[in-house]
Design a protein around this ligand. Structure first.
Ligand SMILES: [Zn+2]
Length: 390
């Protein structure tokens, strides 16, 4: 199993290798039930882990957290529901089970199967078999955050009921880059969504609280002096931020933005929370708006003042976090945090001082060993032996 690979992609590669025309029987054997190809949050993962232990050698918990959309799909769910879904995925399905899938996002027009040409050339160089990356298939993710490269969409039509296709089988010469006419500003915005989605998928971050989102709306100048939220203003900001083409392709409609904004503004709202993608898109635009000077008059600065008077807004802190994250990611894997400290000790000190809680938690989770420990719902952490260890 490659890093960030979907389960189906791996089964497809196996089927190719041994010459199977369909993965249906293989899936039944591995999952212990008839699990259809392209199921995003499958059940029977304990069974799958046992069946594949000689081949993958992965704990069931690790399969769920690193090779399914679990972290992303449950981003907006309360802890109790996350736990229920997690244990449902471990065991066999009992009748029609609860499914909250990241494909619950409707109206996306871009191809569901996307890949990065730069990843492909890298694999070619390293003689790695091409595979489908989980993160590239998330709603609105049209850019490879590793290569800052716009993804290509698979054009080929195929039946999703028979087998798991490999990326090699899906690709064709007709495939085109998504968003051909994108400007630099829009590309930045789209890259931001890709990065945030990747981080949420890996379980590195939690979504800001609803209260923080209300603060962000205020900071972004989208709350009138009467206290009313400027829903139209938010929709316009999103259109400007991402560009109409992206919104159209991603199915980011005015209706969805409006619903999100009203939900956030209404403190007593009991509605089903919006999709993770809607939150990520809104988060991206609000941080950008708060960060660009002149676009509004900040009513609240959530920054922290130091003795010299240096002040960091939430957006600036975000930038520092992103920088630290990319340094840690690129640092030598045997001593991540120490190596990252050597690369930028100033950044280390700044974050340690001004964003202490996040910084400590992030470093703890990304230290080696015990490895890239991902978000594990409470209660599971103790019962599983070293789920995140590598
Ligand atoms: Zn790439």
């Amino acid at each position: 199993m490659c890093e960030g690979e979907t389960i189906g992609s791996n089964l497809g590669r196996y089927a190719d290798f041994v010459g199977l025309h369909t993965t249906l029987r293989l899936r039944r054997r591995l999952f212990g039930h008839a699990c259809r190809p392209y199921t995003k949050l499958p059940s029977g993962i304990l069974h799958l882990a046992e069946e594949t232990c000689d081949y993958w050698g992965l704990q069931a918990e690790k399969i769920i957290l690193e090779h399914t959309e679990f972290n992303y799909a449950t981003l907006t769910l309360p802890e109790a529901q996350k736990l229920t879904l997690f244990s449902n995925m471990l065991s066999q399905p009992a009748g029609r089970c609860f499914r909250r899938s990241a494909c619950g996002w409707v109206g996306e027009r871009a191809s569901r199967f996307r890949y990065c040409e730069h990843c492909l050339s890298e694999w070619r160089r390293k003689r790695v078999c091409p595979y489908r990356i989980l993160c590239h298939q998330l709603p609105g993710v049209y850019l490879c955050y590793l290569h800052s490269n716009i993804l290509k969409g698979v054009k080929k039509q195929f039946s999703e009921d028979i087998t798991d296709q490999t990326l090699t089988a899906l690709r064709s010469k007709d495939d085109e880059q998504i968003l051909i006419t994108t400007s630099i500003e829009h590309k930045d915005a789209i890259e931001d969504v890709a990065k945030r989605s990747a981080r949420y998928l890996r379980g590195v971050d939690r979504l800001p609280s609803l209260t923080s989102f209300r603060d962000l709306l205020r900071e972004a100048g989208l709350v009138r002096s009467s206290g009313e939220t400027d829903h139209r203003g938010l929709i316009e900001s999103m259109l400007t931020h991402f560009g109409a083409e992206y919104c159209w392709l991603a199915g980011l409609t005015g209706q969805k933005m409006n619903a999100w904004s009203r939900n956030i503004a209404d403190v007593r709202s009991t509605c089903e929370p919006s999709h993770a993608f809607m939150f990520i898109a809104a988060e991206s635009v609000l941080y950008r708006r708060s960060a660009s000077p002149g676009s509004f008059v900040p009513s609240i600065r959530k920054g922290i003042r130091d003795k010299e008077g240096a002040q960091f807004s939430q957006a600036e802190i975000e930038c520092l976090r992103t920088r630290w994250h990319s340094i840690v990611r690129s640092a030598r894997p045997d001593k991540r945090i120490t190596a990252a400290y050597r690369i930028d000790s100033k950044l280390y000190r700044t974050l340690s001082r001004y964003d202490h809680l996040w910084f400590m938690a992030y470093n703890r989770d990304n230290r080696t060993p015990p490895g890239r420990s991902l978000y594990v719902p409470q209660g599971i952490k103790n019962s599983a032996s070293n789920p995140g260890g590598d």
